[in-house]
Design a protein around this ligand. Structure first.
Ligand SMILES: [Zn+2]
Length: 284
């Protein structure tokens, strides 16, 4: 072996060690970022999270529509505080269903998102007949969000405002009533499209919930005062949220996403994750 051969061999060993160090450092950094990325979006895991029973994610059929389609949904988590999230009570508001489906996908992908203190009841599509043909109304031509038994109930009229022959005439609204009676939610959010607003029901509790959600998402907080200022007759009777507040005296809000088809996941993500992990009704 000549002079150059020996030098090259030394250099080769040097380079092997050098590249190994670089590679190990790179692997270390990747692991650091992976761990950090997960812990940034989630609250710290406590000991009960780690030793508790397996995360519960159950798909269910809560009932059937006017035309016999299943009304699918999810029961997620083992907690006692139940949160009810519903979408597509108006069948053409596809984005609302998309958002709730996305939430379920995210939870399935990361079971640490299953709360131990909360239980989510998620019904992405309350109106499957309308959803199938992108129609606001249900299979019997009723606007389901006017079909709940509230004060001032009226069957209104044509052009998408027909509230049905009488309150709870429709199987879909009966399903929501049954779910509320069975699970006793501490709050309800009904997702619609597309106005980019949060509209609380009457009362301080709903106002607090609505202001929190508006603050988290940037959707305009749209209460009676705003409606009056804009000369909009917003206060229809017979809505799911109005019935919820009147019958169980818990807070409820309507959230209108920004687009009929888009689910606004990135806008709603932090609010939904806080909703999962907060104690009771989130306030700030
Ligand atoms: Zn709607």
């Amino acid at each position: 072996m000549n002079y150059f051969g020996r030098v090259n061999k030394k250099y080769l060993i040097f380079w092997i060690i050098f590249i190994s160090i670089i590679l190990l450092a790179e692997i270390g950094l990747q692991v650091y970022f992976l761990v950090n990325k997960n812990s940034l979006s989630l609250p710290a895991l406590n000991s009960t999270t780690l030793i508790d029973s397996p995360a519960k994610i159950e798909q269910k059929v809560f009932g059937y529509s006017a035309k016999g389609s299943p009304i699918n949904g999810y029961e997620i988590g083992n907690g006692s505080d139940v949160v009810l999230l519903i979408g597509a009570i108006h069948g053409n508001e596809l984005g609302s269903a998309y958002l709730l489906d996305q939430l379920v996908l995210e939870i399935k992908a990361d079971p640490r998102l299953v709360s131990r203190s909360k239980k989510l009841i998620i019904i992405p599509v309350v109106n499957p007949d309308g959803y199938a043909v992108s129609n606001k109304l249900n299979g019997a031509g009723v606007n389901l969000n006017l079909n709940f038994d509230t004060t001032g109930w009226a069957n209104y009229g044509p052009l998408g405002t027909y509230a049905g022959p009488n309150p709870f005439s429709e199987p879909e609204s009966q399903v929501i009533k049954k779910v509320v009676e069975q699970y006793k939610p501490i709050l309800m959010i009904s997702y619609h499209t597309a106005g980019g607003i949060v509209s609380p029901e009457d009362g301080e509790q709903s106002a607090v919930l609505g202001k929190w959600y508006s603050g988290k998402t940037g959707y305009v907080y749209f209460d009676d005062a705003v409606a009056a200022a804009e000369n909009v007759d917003w206060d229809f009777s017979g809505t799911a949220t109005m019935w919820f507040v009147e019958s169980v005296a818990k807070p409820a809000i309507t959230v209108e996403l920004t687009d009929h088809n888009r689910g606004d996941w990135s806008i709603n993500k932090s609010a939904l994750i806080q909703l999962i992990f907060s104690e009771g009704v989130p306030v700030d």
